[in-house]
Design a protein around this ligand. Sequence first.
Ligand SMILES: *[C@@H]1O[C@H](CO)[C@@H](O)[C@H](O)[C@H]1NC(C)=O
Ligand SMILES: *[C@@H]1O[C@H](CO)[C@@H](O)[C@H](O)[C@H]1NC(C)=O
Ligand SMILES: *[C@@H]1O[C@H](CO)[C@@H](O)[C@H](O)[C@H]1NC(C)=O
Ligand SMILES: *[C@@H]1O[C@H](CO)[C@@H](O)[C@H](O)[C@H]1NC(C)=O
Ligand SMILES: *[C@@H]1O[C@H](CO)[C@@H](O)[C@H](O)[C@H]1NC(C)=O
Ligand SMILES: *[C@@H]1O[C@H](CO)[C@@H](O)[C@H](O)[C@H]1NC(C)=O
Length: 649
Amino acid sequence: MYSSFPFTFYPLCLLLLCFFIPHSLSDPRTTQVALICSNRTALMPERQTFIANFLEAMDQVTPLISTQRYADVTSGTGSTAVFLFGECMEDLSQNDCNLCFALCKTQLLRCVPFQKSTRGGRSFYDGCYIRYDDYKFFDEALSAEDKTVCGTKDFSGDQTVFRANAIELVRNLSVEAPGNDGFFVGSVNRSNISVYGLAQCWEFVKGSACAECLANATSRIGLCPPKEEGRVLNAGCYLRYSTQKFYDNSTSDFVEENEGSSRLAIILGVTSSSFALLLIIAMTVFFVRKKRAKRRREKKQLGDLLATVNKSKLNFSYETLEKATNYFHHSNKLGQGGSGSVYKGIMPDGKVVAIKRLFFNSRQWVDHFFNEVNLISGIDHKNLVKLLGCSITGPESLLVYEYVPNQSLHDYLVKRNAPPLAWEMRYKILLGIAEGLAYLHEESMLRIIHRDIKLSNVLLDEDFAAKIADFGLARLFPEDKTHISTAIAGTLGYMAPEYVVRGKLTEKVDVYGFGVLVIEVVCGKRNNSFTQDSFSILQMVWNLYGTGRLYEAVDPSLGGNFQEDMASRVLKVGLLCVQASAELRPSMSLVVKMLTENHETPQPTQPPFLHSGNAESSPLVKAETSHSLPESGTQSSKNSMTQSWIEPR
Ligand SMILES: *[C@@H]1O[C@H](CO)[C@@H](O)[C@H](O)[C@H]1NC(C)=O
Ligand SMILES: *[C@@H]1O[C@H](CO)[C@@H](O)[C@H](O)[C@H]1NC(C)=O
Ligand SMILES: *[C@@H]1O[C@H](CO)[C@@H](O)[C@H](O)[C@H]1NC(C)=O
Ligand SMILES: *[C@@H]1O[C@H](CO)[C@@H](O)[C@H](O)[C@H]1NC(C)=O
Ligand SMILES: *[C@@H]1O[C@H](CO)[C@@H](O)[C@H](O)[C@H]1NC(C)=O
Ligand SMILES: *[C@@H]1O[C@H](CO)[C@@H](O)[C@H](O)[C@H]1NC(C)=O
């Protein structure tokens, strides 16, 4: 698949690039420590506003982190206000901070009340931290959800000495940190047993609050030895010890080191002869020069590789896109989904584009991301929104798409902020979607399964031709389980039963989603499987089919302006697509034939809801409210987040 494509040059270069970025610089400490979702289950009637506020806050957080290393954001007011705070460990370089934070941020999406009324969550990485809640917690030092995370391995040497060292170390760090701007690192090496530690209070937890928080942490971390690792994750501070030197005390902006070396310089300056001083200066200059030269060399190597990316017409500079959207001004915002916000942008040459700002980080796999963008941008079909390129060099990842002016089907059929679509238009749109999907499944060289077919992912161009958005997104994030599980839970109302229950992913999952869409478009109603008491329209159409009165399901706002036999045929195709058994559903190319030619249409034989209208009842899609370090093999279908009702504006 890859080798058949002519762009093998890029992946190679980018692979190299990938090696250079993280390894030539320091360690961003992107190990996940814990994800703590609040298990408060407050009633929240305005959940949708709350989530919109959350996503809004997530948008604001990255630029703040990349300038001041911490971010405090308040979004919305009253009972739906969202408070969000994030910070990097002091010893991380700005680059590492950005990288760690981008990854840490994505985990927080797991704690968003997409389905349950849970709200509030904290995501801890070794290098950074982010938390959101429904109250202003910024200066909170301790809370009921604070957590101690001990390692799994016991120290193999003298455990009594180890324990004494660890405890003395964390005690000293906790005493020093409050007076040192809330941050201290250090080590003990007594009886030849070394322990390293770090203590940090968050930005708004100062002085006595910091001391109180760390004192609490110190006594709790005492439970960890003889484990080799111990961490306390409090609301206001972070304390860790380890047998490994994990922190970085070599950067020039590190306080302890500066103090140490200047003290040394003074002592030497006073006590030694001017000759010695000169010698020291000369040596310092020599080493600094050497270091600078090394940095310059690294920069040059990096520069050469980046130049390769830059030469590609798929690469857009972050600055250009930032300007095109008026610095992501909210008046340019077109919509918001579970994977990021979309903005309208006007490029320097006047071309209008849609720019998607991703919550998901892609820097870790730059090579893969760029390669995929390369492949997906090669897909060109009249019914698919074209991907024009991406930006991977800025503080967050952006995707650039062609701009489709006429809103989404969701705007026409659910929000109804435009005149209803005539029958001919609906037919044309459905046929277009079918052709687009048939192309993705069967004709394009990539064989893409969309996974998230729904009204808001079908855009309309100036001639009301359907254009499918967001295809291939899952391919961009192979390692990002959050994204996969967001997508898997995409929209329960559209999800094929075998996908919900077993996570089985084939093209037939899209066929099912298409079937739901057909029924929605013809009936002019949303298939709302969330409200328990509402009668699913799939059920309704199936019942009408049984009594031979399918045409009665057609949207009444059409005022009877449609051909009954035609509408019945289209609905019947819809029912064929939502049959519970994937094998019975037709392929998309067959669907196209059934819609256009008088191709024989078999009778749908199975109702669509073997799993019932209420997918929440399935045991596999129960949300886990509180979990630390989800096991790597976690079945992604266990996660039940859904972005179904966060729709574009
Ligand atoms: C949250 O979960 C913890 C541990 O599972 C439990 O002790 C606590 O009572 C729960 N709190 C609420 C409000 O349900
Ligand atoms: C960094 O920390 C290690 C271990 O704590 C110590 O041995 C070393 O001298 C420190 N380096 C600097 C530059 O402070
Ligand atoms: C910890 O603090 C005590 C008292 O200030 C001091 O005697 C001891 O040397 C310190 N230990 C370390 C490892 O810094
Ligand atoms: C300290 O430990 C290192 C390895 O852990 C060992 O090589 C060294 O001999 C030890 N030194 C003392 C004084 O025990
Ligand atoms: C710890 O101190 C011993 C001497 O007591 C020394 O031999 C050893 O190298 C030190 N270990 C580390 C990791 O600094
Ligand atoms: C630490 O703070 C938590 C939350 O206030 C409290 O429940 C706990 O008892 C404290 N632990 C210690 C050892 O002070």
